[in-house]
Design a protein around this ligand. Structure first.
Ligand code: SF4
Ligand code: SF4
Length: 375
């Protein structure tokens, strides 16, 4: 049975088409790819006017869950939840896209969607010389992308914590995927399993606060975990932060070199629209003495990088085409750095830059801080 809320909210659409800001629609240009078109498809499915088939399912999964449609919706439909609930409904009926199924299988095997060895998850940390963790109640949750793909972000975060005297704890190979890719693609059973594995470990370690590098992990642990905990009748008394919020608190105590650098900032969807963190990164950039030049689309109107919601894994070309539009905007600013606060955004934007002659240095905010420290 489909969620009543999905049906009611689909019926609210005023068909104004403001939600054409959607990155999927921007690239594909088909009405059925727009949020309005997707709602119409859902309505037609509910009314029995069309049947669920592989083509319809594929179209409905073309959504990065970026939230641009929700921000602009004229009748305030909670669209992010609607897309996720509908995907969960499709999953419960056995509809799962082939690559998403593979991610699921890999995660059941190695506890990360990249399918990398679980035993190697903490290798980036073992390689660090003279940098340590303690039994602090503050946990650094590196996440899958920083642990296996953009290792410098995890390393620089630990270096930053050590240099600023911030004690932290780290779960090593007992850190498991947060479950974000599975919540966004409707695979709630697996997300719940991952919640339980992380939760039990954190309790065992005496953790009270959790800090993440990844915008997706941050949204998941801060916003989704309390709901999963409530459903399972567990208490969830952790304070959850993103690294940039810690940076924002301590930036005045950090001694930076004088720099002559211009930067633009990409708001990760899961940090910005999903969690409302817009000003902290901008304050940190300015306090580093870096000139910030905004892209045309910024803050709640920022254009998605194209990677989220399972789009990068299942629809590679589409994800790259969206990423290239974001890169173009960044290049138009003539900035030296394109800064973000998310390992997954960094990874995808760096790959989207490959087809351009012009260059821009794509960095996470923590990497910029480490480069700019007065040595
Ligand atoms: S969440 Fe983003 S990608 Fe998905 S329909 Fe809305 S605007 Fe499009
Ligand atoms: S902005 Fe909202 S009301 Fe307008 S077409 Fe899109 S979903 Fe429908």
């Amino acid at each position: 049975m489909m969620d009543v809320e999905v049906i009611e909210n689909s019926n609210k659409c005023a068909r104004c088409n403001y939600c054409r800001v959607c990155p999927i629609y921007t690239v594909e240009g088909w009405e059925s790819a727009s949020p309005r078109g997707k709602l119409y498809t859902i309505k037609s499915l509910v009314n029995g006017e069309i049947d669920v088939d592989a083509r319809v399912v594929k179209e409905l999964f073309k959504c990065t869950t970026c939230g641009s449609c929700e921000v602009i919706c004229q009748v305030e439909i909670p669209l992010i939840n609607l897309w996720e609930n509908f995907r969960a409904h499709l999953n419960s009926k056995g509809y799962i896209l082939p690559v998403h199924k593979k991610l699921r299988e890999k995660t059941f095997r190695e506890w990360n969607p990249y399918g990398e060895s679980r035993e190697k998850r903490a290798d980036w940390f073992k390689d660090l010389k003279n940098l340590t963790s303690t039994n602090s109640d503050l946990l650094y949750f590196a996440g899958c992308t920083a642990s296996y793909r953009t290792l410098s972000i995890a390393r620089d975060t630990v270096e930053l914590f050590n240099k600023t005297g911030l004690d932290f704890n780290y779960a090593g190979v007992d850190e498991y995927c947060c479950g974000s890719p599975f919540l966004r693609t409707g695979q709630r059973d697996l997300a719940q399993k991952l919640f339980l594995k992380n939760y039990k470990k954190w309790k065992e370690m005496g953790i009270r606060r959790i800090v993440t590098s990844c915008a997706g992990c941050y949204r998941t642990i801060a916003k989704d975990y309390p709901k999963i905990a409530e459903k399972l009748d567990y208490d969830f008394d952790f304070e959850v932060l993103h690294t940039v919020q810690i940076l924002d608190e301590i930036v005045d105590e950090i001694d930076f070199e004088d720099v002559d650098v211009k930067a633009t900032y990409h708001d990760p969807c899961h940090l910005g629209r999903h969690m409302g963190v817009y000003e902290e990164p901008r304050r940190v950039i300015e306090k580093m003495g870096i000139e910030l030049i905004e892209m045309e689309k910024n803050r709640e109107n920022a254009f998605c990088c194209g990677a989220g919601g399972g789009v990068k894994s299942q629809f590679k070309e589409l994800a790259l085409a969206i990423g290239e539009l974001r890169v173009k905007e960044a290049l138009n600013t003539n900035a030296d750095y394109l800064i973000s606060c998310c390992p997954f955004c960094k990874l995808h934007i760096s790959q989207s830059l490959n087809n351009f002659d012009k260059n821009i240095n794509v960095l996470d905010i923590v990497e910029v801080v480490i480069r700019t420290l007065n040595k």
